[in-house]
Every structure is written in structure tokens, then in C-alpha cells.
Design a protein around this ligand. Structure first.
Ligand code: NAP
Length: 252
């Protein structure tokens, strides 16, 4: 498949975002690699260009309004259009029960994971509306579907992201913009490094996941590639759970 689509992926210097940028570039997207660190984005964009793809690097801390505005403005200045927005960057500063979540941490989580995705979608809307078959994809989590003792505030933000997908699908539909999400289960990235360092936990996840393994970034990148493609032309307002089946186990 070839496409000239211009696609921004937030948080794409590592993990799921990086793999998504690489896969979309392989499929002909002109990708904008973005994270807080310009040098690490440049390195990923260089690798993509070396592999024959089209990529630019624009640093953007999703918690900062001026950087969100600059991300959209610089993308359109460079490539003249914007077709897809993949909202992948997220913050999770607390690992522990809810009494450990102070207001500052709560505000960071909700701001970076929820408000910023909504704000960036609005900043992108006029550009997306000019393109046929444009879309927004939120990278959520199964933490937004299940109770959790240690990443509960993060889960709250992911549940809110799922609702944002539904709300924006309604608001943006009139402009022909589809809005969807993917809710990954456990994926092998830096984000889950601490958990995956615990051999017993890994064994437990492997045994309880119907597909009997830990997810890889490619497992999610392929779902995102589907959601920005015309294969999902009739999907909007949906969050696809991609977790090897773990959310349907019910503990038995
Ligand atoms: P990761 O490997 O830690 O990568 C995170 C990426 O986001 C990096 O490029 C990081 O680069 C960037 N980033 C972090 N904070 C940022 C900020 N404030 N502004 C802009 N960029 C920022 O994480 P991942 O596992 O790929 O996670 C990606 C998404 O998947 C997140 O939305 C996460 O909630 C979701 N998810 C992950 C898992 C999992 O098990 N890994 C499961 C479910 C859902 P810099 O540090 O250089 O900014």
C-alpha cells in the first residue's frame, strides 16, 4: 500500500510510538516523530529515512500548550497538510495505591493523558478536515477497563480517554474525521520495564494470557495502522482492545 498521508505520532522516540512511526513510514506515510527530546526524535527520523521512508522530528512535551501548537504548525509548514494524529504519549508518575496520589500527580496524569489529547485533536481539526479519510487514534490501555491497585489514577485517565474517543467521534464526524482508540494489554517497552524485570510476574502474565505471551510493540502498531487505513473506513468512536485476550479471562 502507498499513501502520501502525513501522520503525527506523539511519544514516538521509543516503544509503541516508535514502532508505529516505523510501520506507518514503511506503508508510505510521511511521519512526524515526536517526544520531549529532540535528539532522540532526530535519531528515529534518521533511521526511518535510512530505511527509505519519509520522516521529520519535532520535539513536543504534550503537557505544554505552546509545544502542542508548534507541533501542528511546524508539521503543516513542512508538509502542507495533516491526515492523521496518533495520540500515544502518556504519563504515569505513581505506582502505588490511590492514597499515594497527591493532587500534583493527579493533575499531571489527567492533563498529559486526557486534556492534551483533546487539545491536540482540536488544534489538528481544521487541517484534518481538509483531507479526505482523516483520523485520530488514541492509545489508551486496558487499565481504563479494569480496576487496579497500583496504577489506578493512570487507569482513570485511560477510562477518560476512552470516553474522549466517543465524544470526539461525534464532534468530528461532521468533518469526515474518524476518531478511534486502541487499548493495549501489557506490552514489552520501557514503560513496563520494571514489571517485566520480575520473572514471576512475567510467568504469571504468560500463563494467564490466552495467547500465552507478553505483547510486543508491533502488536499495537499493526492495530494503529489498521485504524488510520481505509480498512477501518466505517469505524468511529471505537476502542479496540488488543491484549492477547487477557481481559476476557475472568480470573478462571
Ligand atoms: P515508552 O516505551 O515509555 O515510550 C513513551 C514515549 O513517550 C517515549 O517516546 C517518550 O519519550 C514519550 N513521552 C513520555 N512523556 C512524554 C510527554 N510528556 N510528552 C511527549 N512525549 C512523551 O511507552 P510505551 O509503553 O510505548 O507507551 C505508549 C503508550 O502506550 C502510552 O499511552 C501508554 O499508556 C500505552 N500503553 C502501554 C502499555 C505497556 O504495557 N507498555 C500498556 C497499555 C498502554 P521522551 O521520554 O523522550 O519524551
Amino acid at each position: 500500500m502507498t499513501t502520501e498521508a502525513v501522520t503525527i505520532i506523539t511519544g514516538s522516540s521509543r516503544g509503541i510510538g516508535r514502532t508505529t512511526a516505523e510501520l506507518l513510514a514503511q506503508r508510505g506515510h510521511r511521519v512526524v516523530v515526536s517526544s520531549r527530546n529532540q535528539d532522540s526524535c532526530e535519531a528515529v527520523a534518521d533511521d526511518i529515512r535510512s530505511a527509505g521512508g519519509h520522516a521529520i522530528a519535532i520535539a513536543c512535551h504534550v503537557g505544554h500548550e505552546d509545544q502542542l501548537e508548534a507541533l501542528i504548525e511546524k508539521t503543516v509548514a513542512e508538509w502542507g497538510q495533516l491526515n492523521h494524529l496518533v495520540l500515544n504519549a502518556a504519563s504515569n508518575p505513581v505506582y502505588g495505591p490511590s492514597h499515594q496520589v497527591d493532587q500534583e500527580a493527579f493533575d499531571v496524569i489527567m492533563h498529559n493523558n486526557v486534556f492534551s489529547g483533546m487539545r491536540l485533536s482540536h488544534l489538528a481539526r481544521e487541517h484534518l478536515a481538509r483531507q479526505p479519510q482523516s483520523s485520530v487514534v488514541f492509545v489508551s490501555s486496558i487499565a481504563g477497563l479494569l480496576g487496579n491497585r497500583v496504577i489506578g489514577a493512570y487507569g482513570l485517565s485511560k477510562a477518560a480517554e476512552n470516553q474522549l474517543v466517543r465524544n470526539l467521534a461525534l464532534e468530528f464526524g461532521a468533518d469526515g474525521i474518524r476518531v478511534n482508540g486502541v487499548a493495549p494489554g501489557l506490552i514489552r517497552t520501557d514503560f513496563s520495564k520494571a514489571l517485566l524485570a520480575d520473572e514471576r510476574a512475567v510467568k504469571h502474565f504468560e500463563q494467564t494470557t490466552p495467547l500465552q505471551r507478553i505483547g510486543e510493540p508491533e502488536d499495537i502498531a499493526r492495530v494503529i495502522a489498521f485504524l488510520v487505513s481505509q480498512d477501518s473506513a466505517w469505524l468511529s468512536g471505537q476502542v479496540i482492545t488488543a491484549d492477547g485476550g487477557i481481559t476476557v479471562t475472568g480470573g478462571f
